[in-house]
Design a protein around this ligand. Structure first.
Ligand SMILES: [Cu+2]
Length: 324
């Protein structure tokens, strides 16, 4: 991390020196192509976004498109607790299937560090500090807070977040070295801030809509439109009586959530869907795909805490109070 930072600082310093030399050279001799290539820029793109309290997260690269020159570097900076990857497939391919956190090629850093037509993967990008729980990932998955790639070739290069699939796509347009840039980093930053605000607004509307559907016997498992995601159970606390059924409803989402009482299951057990169960304490979990529900009938008084095992690090937790 520190090594990466200082090496980037060194590159920036070298670029400034190189630029000064080119400027001097251009005045007397004219810039040579090799001298121009040394004035490479480093650009910044944010991976994801989130509201101040973490309840709304954005599955989007900000900005989604960037125009750079051959030889430039792009650094993606984690911008949410919600994990993302930056993944370039050979010859502009797409994610083949749903995200699999147990697949090392998806959750570890892979590739040459240059977008050269081969597979490049960031590993898990999240703002959670190293050493803290960053979600249901196997021990070999490592969190990172940034990822840099260089672009030796011209062309349009698509990339994806493996966690959020084809819904979360970005593009890097690479022009020949020395081409004038259409936008500055400051303009991209302003665009990113505007897009993040729009996502928060969308999230607040989704939350209001989901809350209107919720009651003491129906808990919405958040809400999302594929980009704006509300990472809260709505309502987070409900009160019922023994014998009552609470329906956990994942119908307003495009992604899965879990309802997990007690111990969090690991591996494939975490991905078991249960349409219905009765509960009187202990371990119970249902991995609930989008569009489905989980009906739990409570048979014993108590206060029962549960989590979404996928999003508890973002505060997606709830409780059911069962009165006699
Ligand atoms: Cu969740």
């Amino acid at each position: 991390m520190n090594a990466q930072r200082s090496s980037r600082a060194a590159i920036t310093l070298r670029s400034v020196v190189a630029f000064a030399l080119v400027a001097l050279g251009a005045a007397s001799l004219g810039a040579t192509p090799s001298a121009v290539a040394e004035t490479s820029h480093n650009w910044t793109v944010l991976a994801g976004s989130q509201s101040a309290d973490g309840s709304v997260t954005g599955a989007r690269f900000l900005p989604g498109e960037i125009w750079i020159d051959q030889g430039d570097t792009v650094t993606w900076v984690a911008n949410s607790v919600e994990p993302h990857t930056v993944t370039f497939f050979p010859t502009n391919g797409q994610p083949a299937g749903p995200f699999n956190p147990g697949d090392p090629s998806q959750v570890t850093r892979m590739g040459s560090g240059a977008v050269d037509g081969t597979y490049q993967n960031s590993g898990v990008l999240t703002t959670v500090p190293v050493g803290q729980d960053f979600g249901p990932f196997p021990p070999f998955a490592t969190p990172y807070q940034d990822y840099s790639l260089s672009f030796p070739d011209t062309g349009d290069f698509d990339y994806y977040c493996l966690v959020h699939g084809v819904m979360m796509k970005g593009t890097v347009h690479v022009a020949a070295a020395g081409t004038a840039y259409p936008f500055t980093q400051a303009q991209y930053n302003a665009q990113a801030a505007q897009q993040a605000r729009a996502i928060r607004r969308d999230g607040n509307l989704l939350r209001a809509r989901a809350l209107a559907e919720a009651n003491q016997h129906r808990v919405m498992m958040g809400a999302d439109d594929g980009t704006a995601m509300v990472m809260r159970f709505l309502r987070p606390s409900v009160t019922v009586h023994v014998g009552d059924t609470v329906l956990f409803d994942n119908s307003q989402n495009m992604g899965p959530h879990t309802v997990t009482f007690g111990e969090e299951p690991m591996g494939p057990a975490l991905e078991t869907y249960r349409p219905a169960a009765s509960y009187s304490g202990g371990d119970l979990s249902s991995f609930t795909p989008p569009g489905l529900t989980f009906a739990v009938t409570f048979t014993k008084p108590g206060i029962y805490h549960y989590i979404c095992a996928l999003h508890d690090v973002q505060g997606m937790v709830g409780r059911v109070i069962v009165r006699p």
